[in-house]
Write a protein that binds this ligand. Structure first.
Ligand code: SF4
Length: 978
């Protein structure tokens, strides 16, 4: 059944391009040769889109070993690099030298030449001597003459790093290992593989033939995905929690048991746990939750600090505590920590549930549609690999769960979003997979759980649009509480734009023209309601007619060309004209977004607003009527409305309510456009653009203070709320924390608690402000990054406030660093999702990563992989219309300073994550006002230096940590969570 692998392997990095034949020959090649060869012969490669980018070729097809991995080991984690693949498959570097043929040999002469006739280079055996591949020969394969920089740019075999020249061999070995697994009798992911491979063959997956040659046909038919998934059980609603009071000694005992192994708990952590416990006290008055604001510096151990009272209260009161985070990294950490409370895997499954927005989960009905012909080409291949994953997934979470983040990007995200329920088209009990649906299962599990791990956005969506009053969170812990304001700002914003209105039209009417797939309009989704209830049926038809006034496909082109169709497109055209006329930013020249205030609109906008109001009212009326008809049906159910149909009608009511709210919000925005100002809101008009092209056009409205609705909808109905973070005061003081968490809007004042970090920042970190890089000098900026990253030997996180400068820097330095053995990755450039980029960065201490905002606060990389943070400039707030309004209301320059200090503190916070971490924080700015420097922890050394001095300081490193504060010296051990 098996056959030897006969394909060559291709590897491309910034340092060069290498190919290997199955018989062991490796050669360097030029870009043209590599592209030509890849077009002729299928080649094994790792991450084809990344290889294509390195070759400067848009589309490169081949045998991507990551796709094979996803088939053989679905739902298994691997860092998608040579090192990551080798680690997970147990492949070690070859001990013999690798023979490398230089690129002067033509492709046609490559095979069949004996090594003696070739110019060869021999890899230096680096294992044991600690020297590296140095600065190489500049030609791409830099394998000789290490420059002796040892632990800097040198490659250390002991760290499991693979030289570029070795990677093609590794790819062939990995392929052989994965194919051999297919014949392994104890391969745990065998079930369903045969059928899946057959289906993949039909959609022309390049690996399918090879896989089928190695895979035995099962003797009896195997369970397919939909048969394999378990059904969720309906359970009785949970009774309200008992009234209990937590005994302080019991809280401390619970904390000690969670910290475990006889380790002493720290005083700061003990105090924190006691403060957190206060939110579980019985509430004194309705609408007045026990709220605690707790700032706890990095290293306090706040996760276990709040899990201790939370788990105790959940057990004693038989209630659920919701823990909300902003980043996925903290969610993952929480899941790990919660295992200490429930070490038995079965109880853990019942007691701890992770909840995310429904758009994160795979929709089985969408998947079935994709598998049955709804998707074509590469998207169909992705759908089959996702189906294979779904059968082994623990929770069906496609974003941040056990679906490898890199899998959709291998397919250029082609089709992955269509597999989730992004548009609220779920048909609930009408769906054949309802009883196995991942979303429904997670929702039911959370009703009975003790600890529900969620995110800020979901908490707010649930509170604003939750279907079930009884299961609403009443005890809430907001970790990363400094992000509450931003999460609320997006959640409670409204936008009347082309893209939003197109979505609304599709939701009401369904697919039009040549659109494919199962997506259906309101009439099809509620056909049984329409046939039973005449008034309801009429409302659906009226809504369909009214939705035809909304923009349809091709609206952007019509609006840009001045031939809008319908009242909303006419409004968008008038807005576009007005924004271009009034913009003073000159950003049109650079191709990015434009905006203008909604003040004194010209007649064209006023007229179009009036027509749009009429059109939207015509849509809101029948939708509202339909909502009332559905409510009446639930109140007085007809005979045919069994449990399933009822659940479906209730589901339709929930998504209908959300649509009605949206249309009403649009109508109120339009009233503001031609009426008096509402001081609670900030309104503006904008054109979103990318690289000179319009992406969306419309009207935007944000709350001036988005914590007002949060206080009403989330805080006041709850009994206890803890908001905590290492930077809760966000560069200000307690009034700032009160404002940013919504506590300022409560009648009952929140309690305050603070504990400083136990880390010795004076010994562990140093801030260097580099003063001789001129602002706007792109070449100098890139040169500074290259010098700093070179000095630290990688391990650098580079933070930018503008994508344009990030791209320019990356383009100038990536090749140079790669030749020194220092790989550089970048958000917005590499075709890899951000989570995977961080995984790659964490896994390779020589790698560096450039990125923007998401990395400033979403990277948790303790240890040697992150030892340098470089910020390109002081993170001044973007001077947009929304910022200007808030700045005016909240203190002018002081408001700006608080924002900047918060951003600096968050960025600095990436550097020191554990007691053993050491590193430098570099700010490239000739002018940093001293008042901003309080952003850094007390005791941190701060120096203003030249670039040369900064490079020297980084090269010489920091002195060993000697000054851990006494309280923590014996407890800050590895594994003690922060
Ligand atoms: S119940 Fe809804 S979300 Fe779940 S699989 Fe069916 S349609 Fe998709």
């Amino acid at each position: 059944m098996q056959s030897p692998l006969t394909f060559p392997a291709l590897h491309a990095s910034h340092a060069g391009i290498w190919m290997a034949t199955p018989d062991g020959q490796v050669r360097t090649v030029g870009k043209g040769d590599a592209v030509g060869r890849a077009a002729e012969t299928p080649m094994v490669m790792l991450n084809a889109p990344l290889v294509a980018q390195r070759l400067g070729y848009a589309e490169l097809s081949g045998l991507d070993v990551l796709e094979l991995f996803a088939f053989v080991h679905p739902a298994r984690f691997v860092v998608p690099t040579a090192k990551g693949l080798a680690n997970v498959l147990g492949i070690t570097p070859r001990q013999q030298p690798v023979t490398v043929i230089n690129s002067s040999v033509t492709l046609n002469s490559f095979q069949g030449l004996s090594p003696s006739t070739l110019e060869t280079k021999t890899l230096k055996q680096v294992q044991g001597d600690g020297s590296g591949n140095g600065d190489g020969d500049g030609g791409g394969n830099g394998t000789e003459d290490g420059d002796g920089n040892g632990d800097g740019g040198g490659v250390n075999r002991n760290a499991g790093v693979w030289n570029d020249e070795e990677v093609p061999h590794l790819l062939l070995s990995a392929t052989e290992k994965l194919l051999a697994t297919l014949a392994d009798p104890v391969w745990p992911e065998r079930e369903g593989a045969w059928d899946s491979a057959q289906a993949l063959m039909r959609v022309r997956w390049p690996w399918a033939n090879i896989v089928l040659r190695h895979l035995a046909k099962p003797e009896k038919p195997e369970r397919w995905l939909f048969a394999r998934l378990p059904e969720w059980e309906e359970t009785a609603p949970r009774t309200p929690p008992r009234v209990v009071t937590l005994n302080p000694d019991a809280v401390q005992a619970q904390l000690a048991s969670l910290v475990g192994n006889g380790a002493e708990t720290r005083q700061g952590q003990r105090d924190f746990a006691q403060a957190a416990a206060r939110i579980f006290a019985p509430r004194a008055r309705k609408g007045e939750p026990n709220m605690v604001l707790a700032e706890a510096g990095t290293g306090i151990g706040k996760t276990l600090g709040y899990l201790a009272p939370a788990s105790l209260w959940a057990r004693n009161a038989d209630g659920a505590v919701w823990i909300s985070t902003f980043t996925k990294a903290l969610q993952r950490q929480l899941v790990r920590e919660a295992r200490r409370i429930y070490p038995d895997p079965e109880s853990f499954k019942q007691k701890v549930v992770v909840r995310k927005g429904r758009e994160n989960y795979l929709c089985l009905l969408n998947l079935e549609d994709a598998l049955q012909g709804g998707f074509a080409g590469r998207a169909a291949t992705l759908a089959h690999l996702v189906a294979r994953w779904a059968a082994y997934s623990s929770d069906g979470d496609m974003i941040g769960g056990d679906l490898p983040g890199w899998l959709p990007t291998l397919f250029r995200r082609n089709g992955s979003t269509a597999l989730t329920d992004r548009r609220g088209e779920c048909i609930y009990a009408g769906c054949p997979h309802y009883k196995k649906c991942f979303i429904e299962r997670a929702a039911r599990a959370s009703v009975q759980a003790d600890i529900v791990i969620a995110n800020h956005a979901l908490m707010m969506v649930n509170a604003a649009r939750g279907r079930d009053e009884v299961s609403r969170p009443t005890r809430i812990i907001f970790d990363e509480g400094h992000h509450l304001f931003d999460a609320a700002d997006s959640m409670f914003a409204a936008a009347l734009t082309g893209q939003e209105t197109v979505e609304m039209r599709r939701w009401v009417i369904g697919p039009e023209g040549k659109a494919r797939g199962r997506r259906r309009g309101l009439a099809a989704r509620l056909a049984d309601v329409a046939s039973y209830d005449e008034e309801g049926g009429l409302a659906i038809e009226m809504a369909r007619i009214a939705a035809e006034a909304l923009p349809g496909d091709g609206w952007l082109g019509r609006v840009a060309e001045g031939v809008p169709s319908g009242p909303v497109e006419r409004l968008l055209h008038a807005i576009r004209t007005m924004v271009f006329a009034r913009d003073e930013s000159n950003l049109a020249e650079s191709g990015y977004g434009l905006e203008t205030e909604l003040a004194d609109p010209p007649p064209a906008v006023v007229d179009a607003v009036a027509d749009t109001q009429v059109a939207l009212e015509a849509l809101a009326r029948p939708l509202t009527l339909l909502g009332t008809r559905l409510e009446a049906m639930i109140a007085d159910p007809p005979d045919w409305l069994d449990g399933g149909a009822r659940a479906r009608v209730e589901g339709a009511m929930a998504s209908l309510g959300w649509r009605i709210d949206t249309v009403r919000a649009w109508i109120s925005m339009l009233a503001r456009a031609v009426g008096p100002v509402d001081a609670d809101f900030v309104d503006w008009l904008a054109i979103d653009r990318f690289e000179g092209r319009d992406m969306d056009i419309g009207m935007h409205r944000h709350w001036l203070d988005p914590m007002k609705p949060v206080a009403e909808i989330v805080l006041k109905p709850s009994h206890g709320v803890l908001a905590t973070s290492a930077t809760l005061r966000s560069g200000g003081d307690w009034p700032n924390a009160e404002a940013r968490t919504g506590a300022v809007h409560l009648d009952h004042p929140a309690e305050h608690f603070s504990a400083t970090s136990p880390f010795d920042y004076a010994a562990q970190a140093e801030v260097l402000i580099v003063t001789d890089i001129k602002r706007g000098d792109m070449a100098a900026l890139a040169g500074a990054y290259a010098a700093l990253i070179g000095a630290s030997g990688g391990g650098a996180l580079g933070l930018f406030t503008a994508i344009r400068r990030l791209r320019s820097t990356y383009a100038r330095i990536a090749d140079r660093l790669a030749r020194d053995g220092l790989p550089l990755y970048a958000q917005h450039i590499d075709p890899i999702d951000t989570g995977t980029l961080v995984d790659i960065f964490r896994d390779d201490p020589h790698a560096s990563l450039l990125g923007t905002d998401a990395l400033r606060d979403g990277v948790d990389v303790p240890g040697a992989s992150l030892r340098l943070v470089v910020m390109e400039q002081v993170p001044w707030p973007r001077p947009d219309i929304l910022h200007r309004a808030r700045r005016l209301s909240y203190g002018g320059t002081d408001y700006d300073d608080r924002i900047i200090r918060a951003k600096l503190a968050q960025a600095f916070g990436r550097l020191i994550r554990s007691a053993g971490d050491k590193g430098h924080f570099v700010l490239l700015s000739s002018a940093v006002p001293s008042r901003l420097l309080t952003a850094f922890p007390a005791g941190t050394s701060i120096r203003r230096v030249t670039l040369e001095q900064a490079v020297a300081a980084i090269k010489s490193g920091l002195s060993p940590v000697t000054n851990i504060r006494q309280d923590d010296a014996n407890t800050l051990q590895e594994g003690n969570p922060i």
